[in-house]
Structure formats: C-alpha cells, structure tokens
Design a protein around this ligand. Sequence first.
Ligand code: AMP
Ligand code: MG
Length: 340
Amino acid sequence: MMDTQLLSPSEIDKAAAIIKSGGLVGIPTETVYGLGANGLDSEAVRNIFRAKGRPQDNPLILHIPDAAWLDAFCEDIPQDAWRLAKRFWPGPLTMILRRKPVVPDVVTAGLDTVGVRCPAHSMCRAIIMEAGVPVAAPSGNRSGRPSPTTVQHMLEDMDGRIDAILDGGDCQVGVESTIVDMTCVPPRMLRPGGVPLEELQVVLKEVVLDSAITQPLKEGEQPRAPGMKYRHYAPKAPVTVVWGDPLRSAQYILDHAGDSYWEGIICFDEFAHWFEDHPVERLGGSLDCFEHARRLFRALRAMDENGVKHIWAQCPGTAGMGLAVVNRLTKASGFHVIEV
Ligand code: AMP
Ligand code: MG
C-alpha cells in the first residue's frame, strides 16, 4: 500500500512532476480517467500493469498534446492519419500507427505498432506538456471493471495503489476512445468510442469494422487488438441486455424481472417509473446516445454498490454513439443479449 494523494485542479505541476520522476497518476480525460506514467520509462509503465492487474500482452495508448509529436514516435504515417488528426484531435480518437524504436516494448506489448491519442481534456494536455514526455495510459479501472468516469471511481479502484489522482471533474464523453488501425488498407475500427463511425466516414473513404466489435471471438481466433480477448467493463452481477424497440424492451424486462429487489434495472428515463420496486439506474432519454455513453459506466458501478444479483439493461440502437454503448453493454454481459 502507498499513500495516494488527491490533487486539486490547480496542482497540475505536481501531477507532472510525479510522471517525470517515474510515478503513476490517475489523470482526467474527456473519455474516462486514465492511469498514466512516463511513456518512455519502461519501469514506470510496468507499474501500470501491476496497479491495474492488467495482462502484459494488452498494450497501452500513448497520449500526446499535439499531432506535431507524432513524428517522434511513429513512422510511415499515412496521409489519412494526418487528416483524421486534423479533424478529430484533440478528441476521443486513437490511431494505431507503426512505432519508432524509441517507444518501449512494454507500452506496445511487443507489437510493431503503437496506439496514439491527443486528448481534449485541458488538464490532461497540460500535464503532458509540463512533463515533456508522452504519457502511456490505459483506463484507470482495475482490470475487467467498468472504466472510471469520476474521481470517486478512480479512488475506488486505485487508492493505495498509485501515487496520485488529479481531480478533473466528471468525464464528458464517458466511454473510451474510438480506435482505428491506420496500418492496414482500408483502415479498420478496432473499438467504437467517442468518435462515431459516421463521423470517421466523412474523412475516410472506407473503414471496416472489426468483427470483435459486435461478436464474441470464436474458439482459437486471434484478436486484432490484444485487449479484445479479455472480459471487460463488467460489474459483479451478471448482465442481460435487452435489445430492440425501447417500449418492447422495457415491457420484456417488466415481464421477466419479477419484483425482486435483487434484480437491478438499467433503463431509459421514460421507463424508470415502471421499475419502482427495483434498484434503477437511468441512462438518459431513449434517443440521447451521448447521455447513454456519459452515464453507462456509472450505472454499472452503481449496480455493484446496490449489491444486486442480476442486472437487466435496455440498450440503444447502433447509430452514432450508440455503437460504443452497445459494444460496452454487450461485452459487460458476455454477449448475453436478448432481441425483442
Ligand atoms: P484501454 O484504454 O484500457 O482500453 O487500453 C488501451 C486499448 O488500446 C486496449 O484495448 C489495447 O488493446 C488497445 N491498443 C493499444 N495499442 C494497440 C495496438 N498497437 N494495436 C491494437 N490495439 C492497441
Ligand atoms: Mg480499459
């Protein structure tokens, strides 16, 4: 156990000093809280894996404050990558690019590619600028848990395990970055996230969706992104996702959840009053996908606190930000999805 300092928003210099000296800091970003270390310091990065309990073969993302830093860490950068950076950075987009040797193996899990992102949270960029090094970071949760979207969640998972957490308020996007592999033609989306597919398609002529986004990996299948093979985003209780028209999915849950207090419900605001006997977490209005993304991980964590034995979740469609929400919910359920 170590003492974890909770830093106030004015203590960016302290957070940067800890990063520079090889420590670990919980860092606010617009997507989710990250667990950051000096991305050029192998020993510091190794400690991220220890603190999270993350398997060593699941690579991290390198965070930079400006696209101008790309050339220092990546090579063979395609023109489309520069166009994406121009359109979406700073923002919730991670690009997989060929790495330069300066990027330590432990960051990329030995791959010859590296994930790079320029985050939009001003405090996060200020820390990186002040530290003067790229910050390697995965999401700040313990491995397998829902990602932290508030400083309280970050403390819940990492208090006593890292040097400090910088309080940057609640995360505005609420799900992780969209990951696009730019080393293949056409570019391939490995994870849906804060930048919707439809927006990528405005810049890229073609982008394919990796099958792992919507389906479980088959027996023996090698995942494109190493993280895909692990159980993810999961609360303690099993989750059943009910997919389809909101009125029908709410009705299905009402018919099947009974009135047990141990059955938790994650639903759209319109239906919350149907489930008064249950612990309920609202995702926002049924059409507001940005709000669903913002609230999803909070809802999953709240269910853990309620101690429910089973969770039923309404699920939006796959348009826009919906794709990221569907992906996180279906993964949290281990692809236990009922279509209505
Ligand atoms: P997290 O932010 O916790 O989701 O962790 C970073 C994610 O980026 C993981 O799911 C990784 O598998 C993915 N990632 C990082 N680098 C690469 C890479 N070079 N190729 C494919 N996926 C990557
Ligand atoms: Mg993660």
